[in-house]
Design a protein around this ligand. Structure first.
Ligand code: 5GP
Ligand code: ZN
Length: 114
């Protein structure tokens, strides 16, 4: 175990309902879902937030979005629509300090968020 819960999920040391995994990325069900589909997609390596992504690692962020597109299709929400959210930093509402992208769908989502 480390002091980062998402690192522990990525390494398999902490349980999660994993729906996708490859050598660099893991996707799992959010423990407190805000929509019928609510997945979190993360890099396996520890990066604190979007703000901390090194210039030469943005291919990883692109791959995460490719994964999100695939997951939206496999979860059956690609046609109806979905939302991808990254909360960054304190005022952005980030509560877990390991960069992650929320994939939300399966209901009508309001905008703007509160
Ligand atoms: P944030 O607010 O940082 O953007 O989102 C963190 C998300 O992580 C929240 O939606 C929260 O429900 C989820 N979360 C926090 N701890 C755990 C956990 O241990 N397991 C899983 N699967 N999700 C978690
Ligand atoms: Zn981490």
């Amino acid at each position: 175990m480390t002091d980062c819960i998402f690192c522990d999920i990525a390494s398999g040391e902490m349980d999660a309902d994993v729906v996708y995994e490859d050598d660099r990325i893991v996707a799992f069900e959010d423990a407190n879902p805000q929509a019928p589909v609510h997945l979190l997609v993360i890099p396996k390596n520890h990066i604190e937030s979007l703000e901390e992504v090194p210039e030469d690692e943005f291919d990883l962020i692109a791959d995460i979005h490719k994964t999100i597109q695939k997951l939206a299709r496999s979860e059956g929400i690609a046609e109806s629509g979905y939302r991808v959210v990254n909360n960054c930093g304190e005022e952005g509402g980030q509560t877990v300090g390991h960069v992650h992208f929320h994939l939300l769908g399966g209901r009508e989502l309001s905008w703007p968020p509160g």
